[in-house]
Design a protein around this ligand. Structure first.
Ligand code: ATP
Length: 254
């Protein structure tokens, strides 16, 4: 059988904050085309792990390898340029620009190597990127919101717009940090359907999520963190039936 292609490898990563061992012995392999969920109770180390992957935090030891390139030591924008896009827990958007312009900006920043303020002056002249942004907005079901100010969107629509802002970068790996946090059940289900649609296209995703309905609707593989360590790693069925996971997480407050 052909070996799966490992897109992301978190190799023997430790992260200490003073005396606190926030991540210990983390070894995580994400296969191309899969949706890999990282779950765990509050304070388990999920955000720390994500921040180590995207270069916001340096590991105390160990390294992160993406598509053969060592990420450790690179800056977040350099990691983004290599093909990792992140949907933030708190959407980072330009509230006083239109939805369309918000989606165009990451594509311009990718094309030109960095975001520059003077990009905002020439947005209407960028017809190719404008067309692509329109296409992405259609893809996430937001064709009717193109000219609205981003600040006027509902929370769920901001999330969808931010997903379009990531998709227009054509990332090899999409990191989703609690993509349905604070959403109504209806918006959560719409987001699940959208992420399932992206999944069918084979995009690799790492998702941190508290909502088990979301996790079990999307994940091909789940890694469970507890107190900074991976206590289980496997298919959703493996993880669901694992007594250690039930004790640490599923039977807990979530
Ligand atoms: N910058 C920091 N300095 C000191 N301690 C930190 C820092 N960031 C996180 N921690 C600690 O590291 C541990 C892991 O935190 P982290 O935020 O990664 O957990 P989490 O699994 O994302 O939690 P939650 O689900 O509540 O967001 C916690 O004990 C937290 O208090």
């Amino acid at each position: 059988m052909a070996q799966p292609n490992i897109v992301l490898h978190v190799a023997d990563v430790h992260k200490r904050f003073g005396g606190l061992h926030a991540l210990a012995d983390i070894d995580l392999q994400v296969e191309e085309g899969t949706t890999h969920a990282i779950i765990g109770p509050n304070g388990a180390g999920k955000s720390t792990l994500l921040n180590v992957i995207i270069g916001k935090l340096a590991p105390t030891s160990g390294q992160v390898v993406f598509d053969g390139a060592v990420l450790t030591g690179r800056k977040p924008y350099q990691i983004n340029q290599l093909g990792i896009a992140r949907v933030f827990q708190t959407p980072e958007i330009f509230g006083d620009l239109s939805v369309l312009h918000n989606v165009m900006i990451p594509a311009l920043a990718k094309r030109d190597g960095a975001f520059r303020l003077n990009m905002l002056k020439n947005l209407n002249a960028e017809t190719t990127i404008r067309d692509e942004a329109l296409h992405m907005l259609e893809d996430v079901g937001m064709s009717g919101h193109v000219d609205m100010l981003a600040s006027s969107l509902s929370r769920g629509d901001k999330r969808r717009m931010e997903l379009a802002m990531c998709l227009i970068q054509h990332p090899r790996l999409l990191l989703l940090d609690e993509p349905t946090a604070g959403m109504s059940r209806h918006d959560t289900n719409t987001t699940i359907e959208l992420l399932q649609k992206i999944k069918q296209r084979g995009m690799t995703k790492v998702i941190i999520e508290h909502d088990m309905h979301v996790v079990f609707s999307l994940a091909d593989k789940i890694s469970v963190l507890a107190q900074g360590r991976i206590i289980a790693d496997g298919s959703p069925d493996d993880v669901r039936g694992n007594p250690a996971v039930q004790e640490a997480y599923l039977g807990g407050t979530h």
